[in-house]
Write a protein that binds this ligand. Structure first.
Ligand code: PMT
Length: 330
């Protein structure tokens, strides 16, 4: 595979997106396939933001966080049969969503179809078959062994959705993900510092531009496949500088080599002007993460084998977000 690598394109200017990135971003969106249901998604997002921003508590207007979760796919054919995917299960995003809701945030959960959902973690993989049974008179009953899990799933989810505090929006491809993220971010701009972005999705770094993609299923009879992938423009600087410039932004850095993890997280913090970067290593990501901010690096551990690392992580981020709001409003 031939990868078009533009990683030497540094984002040096702190207030505006550099010209090369700007051109790449423009071209990405102009050539992307049209987002289906764009009007309906815009309507949902606008209503959700309007409703939630009008709610006020002791600490001012209700805060809204956009949590991204799961991995984007890269189609290889326009009438897609094959695609490039990644490992992300969506566990981080789903679990974090539960803790943000608990902390009093409203959440726009932008998730990969079929990945882990908030409040569903305690359910078995095949909940319909394992949690429920058909009685002799054709009624559906919850099996005693799963009744606690079903109850907590339903009550948690019901409280969040019926209260209007959780909006779930699915994506599959890199094209859908970035178009929906832009739509959410530009709508959240009006929330100022009360908005947060928590970008836990595993976003494809390389893709096949739509206009150079095969239309039909690639034929195996043609022999070995020689394919050129272009680099997906990093959207972090555009999000930070143009789409929602006063929002509190948290990005993630995933590496499999711990030796380079912290260095890369530090670079991302500075280069994209993030307010925090959560650094994690693939094999230990459920046990420990490192929170990197301008004030330093802090290891965040889960308390024990049955607790979630997201609990202390979200607590720390909420505190940092509160200080940020105070600072901006001072
Ligand atoms: O889902 P789980 O199985 O629970 O796993 C969680 C996780 C490991 C996926 C999560 O904790 C995590 O680290 N997510 C980010 C993974 C990733 O894409 O890392 P990266 O180093 O490639 O990208 C860093 C950041 O740049 C990300 O916040 C991403 O949103 C952003 N990005 C990436 C590529 C791109 N073209 N544009 C971007 O803006």
């Amino acid at each position: 595979m031939d990868v078009v690598n533009n990683s030497d394109t540094m984002d040096n200017n702190l207030d505006t997106v550099d010209e090369t990135t700007s051109v790449q971003v423009k071209s990405f969106f102009e050539t992307a396939p049209i987002l289906k249901d764009a009007n309906s998604i815009t309507g949902k997002v606008t209503r959700f933001i309007d409703q939630n921003s009008s709610i006020s508590g002791n600490e001012g207007p209700r805060r809204v966080v956009c949590v991204t979760s799961g991995g984007t796919t890269v189609p290889l054919e326009q009438r897609c049969v094959r695609y490039i995917d990644n490992f992300s299960s969506g566990h981080r995003g789903a679990t974090s969503t539960e803790y943000f809701l608990k902390a009093g945030y409203s959440v726009i959960f932008l998730y990969r179809r079929g990945t882990c959902q908030p409040y569903c973690r305690s359910l078995p993989d095949d909940p319909l078959l394992e949690c429920f049974k058909l009685t002799g008179d054709s009624r559906i009953e919850v099996r005693e062994s799963h009744s606690e899990a079903v109850k907590s799933t339903l009550s948690g989810h019901h409280a969040a959705v019926s209260g209007g505090f959780l909006l779930k929006l699915p994506f599959t491809t890199i094209f859908e993900y970035l178009q929906i993220l832009r739509l959410i971010a530009t709508s959240m701009k009006n929330l100022g510092p009360n908005a947060m972005f928590y970008l836990a999705a595993a976003v494809s770094d390389f893709y096949v531009p739509w206009e150079s993609m095969a239309v039909h299923k690639i034929q195996s009879a043609s022999g070995p496949l020689d394919m050129r992938l272009a680099q997906v423009p990093k959207m972090l600087s555009v999000l930070r500088k143009e789409w929602a410039p006063t929002a509190f932004c948290v990005s993630f850095k995933l590496e499999t080599d711990t030796d380079i993890l912290l260095e890369k997280a530090g670079t991302a913090l500075k280069r994209y002007k993030m307010h925090a970067v959560v650094a994690n290593e693939l094999s230990t990501r459920k046990e420990v993460v490192i929170l990197v901010t301008n004030s330093g690096k802090v290891s965040v551990h889960r308390e024990n084998d049955r607790s979630d690392v997201e609990s202390p992580l979200i607590k720390q981020l909420v505190e940092k977000h509160s200080s940020y709001i105070k600072e901006i409003n001072a």
